[in-house]
Ligand binder design. Structure first.
Ligand code: HEC
Ligand code: HEC
Ligand code: HEC
Ligand code: HEC
Length: 151
């Protein structure tokens, strides 16, 4: 018996650790974990309860007909209004509230170049420019209309 005493000690430590794990797991595990596989089923309701932040293009077009029409005939037609103006569900619901943002002249170059800066990672056909050579220091909107950028 004396020969295996050290093994018994190790076994006791392991069993204690396993017991601790099982108790802690039972205490922490959300009750709905496992209903839908390895997922907390209630997370779906939590996500559904979040307020919707985007209004969607159709809503903008209802009030801003001129901008919507201009954009629909341009190469920016595939872009949602809110991809440039930010999430605006609150504005669409209450247009008299705070004015929505638009990229200012100061931040315009950085804003447009997010998509249009020349980069090997972009498709060759995508229209890009070199920041340092393409009319540097002038806001893009001095020449290109953001809603219909072709000159
Ligand atoms: C119910 C009508 C309505 C809806 C829907 C609406 N807007 Fe507006 N929007 C307005 C009004 C009214 C103003 C204020 C115009 C002003 O003060 O000149 C405004 C102002 C703006 C401005 C600021 C214009 C400026 O000169 O600073 C932007 C940008 C804008 N809206 C974008 C959007 C976008 C994008 C959407 C869609 C998510 C949208 N709006 C949905 C009515 C609406
Ligand atoms: C490519 C980015 C981009 C998209 C997409 C875009 N906008 Fe704009 N919008 C701008 C910028 C930049 C300005 C500011 C222009 C300036 O200051 O000369 C602006 C200005 C505005 C204004 C102020 C009035 C004006 O015409 O200058 C309104 C209103 C507006 N946008 C609504 C919309 C709506 C509605 C849509 C979708 C149909 C839309 N925008 C899509 C970038 C965009
Ligand atoms: C979210 C990405 C994105 C942003 C931001 C963006 N664009 Fe574009 N732009 C595009 C796409 C997509 C096209 C269409 C490319 C195509 O036709 O292959 C385009 C096309 C263009 C063209 C070519 C027009 C033509 O018909 O040949 C110009 C010029 C342009 N954008 C200028 C701007 C300016 C100026 C801004 C800032 C106000 C801007 N873009 C912001 C995505 C973007
Ligand atoms: C001083 C005026 C001016 C300014 C400022 C300007 N551009 Fe241009 N841009 C032009 C002209 C002119 C062309 C050539 C038009 C053509 O060939 O159709 C052009 C062409 C483009 C093209 C098309 C390139 C192609 O391969 O078809 C893109 C994209 C573009 N500009 C984006 C921008 C962006 C983004 C900014 C801001 C960082 C900007 N431009 C600032 C005048 C300007």
């Amino acid at each position: 018996m004396k020969d295996i005493e050290h093994l018994v000690r190790v076994a006791v430590i392991f069993l204690t650790a396993i017991a601790f794990f099982l108790v802690a797991r039972a205490m922490i595990k959300p009750p709905d974990y496992g209903k839908l596989g390895r997922y907390r089923a209630g997370a779906l309701d939590d996500i559904k309860a979040l307020p919707v932040k985007y209004a969607g293009q159709a809503s903008c077009a209802g009030c801003h007909k001129a901008q919507a029409k201009e954009k629909a005939g341009s190469s920016h037609r595939g872009m949602a209004c809110e991809s440039c103006h930010g999430a605006l569900a609150a504005h669409a619901a209450a247009p008299k509230g705070p004015k929505p943002s638009k990229p200012s002249e100061a931040e315009m170059r950085r804003f447009c170049l997010r998509c249009h800066e020349a980069s090997v990672s972009r498709p060759a056909k995508f229209p890009t420019v070199d920041d340092s050579k393409h009319n540097p220091d002038v806001a893009c909107s001095m020449c290109h209309k953001p809603h219909a950028p072709k000159l």
